[in-house]
Design a protein around this ligand. Sequence first.
Ligand SMILES: Cc1cc2nc3c(=O)[nH]c(=O)nc-3n(C[C@H](O)[C@H](O)[C@H](O)COP(=O)(O)O)c2cc1C
Length: 400
Amino acid sequence: MSDRRIALGLFLMGHGHNVGSWRSSPTPAEDLTSLEYYRQLAIHAERGKLDMIFFAEILYSYELDGRHEGALAFPTLDPFVLIPALAAVTEKIGFVGTYSTTYTDPRATALKLATIDRLSAGRVGWNIVTTGADRAAANFSMREHPGKEERYTRATGYVDTVRKAWQAMPAMPQGEPVRVQAGMSPAGKDFAARIAEVMFTIASDRDKAVVFRNELRAMLADVGRDPAGVRIMPGVAPILGGTEEEARANEARYLELLHPRIQLAMLGDQFGMDFSGYAMDAPLPMDDIRQAPRVLSGMRDPARLIGEDGQVPTLGEYLRRQARVRAHHSFVGTPEQLADMMDDWSAAGACDGFNLMFPVQSEGVPAFVDEVVPILRKRGRVRQDYEETTLRGHLGLSRP
Ligand SMILES: Cc1cc2nc3c(=O)[nH]c(=O)nc-3n(C[C@H](O)[C@H](O)[C@H](O)COP(=O)(O)O)c2cc1C
């Protein structure tokens, strides 16, 4: 196998990362909470010899007009309850689940992860988040969501406690579960540089990804860690088609799935303001947004709304852009073109692999496994078959 191997994670979220994906999927919405739905996707991913499947954690639901609307909630299961069930119906693929260091207890987390590492024979990783959303606090009987610095300070002590607990236990199959992190702010990157073995990142294009990876690698070296021992994996949202035209038609079809009312509510929820009175074809109301509660509290940066070109998009344009997959890199093209893009990013030093975020999973996952993986395999960029049995082994990470 070539030394420029591309690690592949599959980030599963509801029916897909397009918030309207439930309108297209052959799977009824209520089946999202069934093991069978996830089992089918896991079997595809394992057939493609992917490194891992990733599950996020969402500790609150979006509000619309002061109500929690069913259509707004991302259907989600507790990742570390789902993972052992999926490990029982798969053999080799790894699983990464998210647990918050702000809203859980380190000793309980240490035991839970150690248990799953044993039951899965070393196939588990932990995405360590501090939880960005202030709405989570009320769900945990906390009056206030702690500020970012406080959350990351707690996270540092939390990880230390968990690792000490692990070291006091009988040896685990992969030594310790793999530590994953995705921090984009200075505090988040600093935390990741100290504790992460896999970093999930957001990179809108290749050159930005190169700069970001170089920055993270310099930070790793600064804290005395070997940058070669850490996997940096930006998200990518592929939309495939047999021809470019077909791929663009699929993209247009996915955009049609979106429900403007739901999108407006999600945007409103992010900023804590009501966007329903603004015209879709007028530029985003930046002056009003700068006064929005979650901007004033420092949770949201309005600069992020402005396009790459420095222009303020219209509300409608912004929603269409968001619909693709938030800030992650979106890709529309043929399987050959996607393999080329992955190869190109990897050769340029933009990443060590990708976190795949399909807009509609029931279509994207089998298409990727059947059409893109064989091309990457032929080029020696991904494995022919699993050579290792643990997640740590798949990713080529050393044992702690
Ligand atoms: C691929 C990816 C997955 C993430 N999953 C979660 C998650 O499940 N739960 C969560 O609270 N935050 C999640 N985050 C958010 C990050 O943990 C982090 O809070 C965010 O990137 C902002 O960075 P900061 O905390 O440094 O400001 C995720 C981020 C990325 C890029």
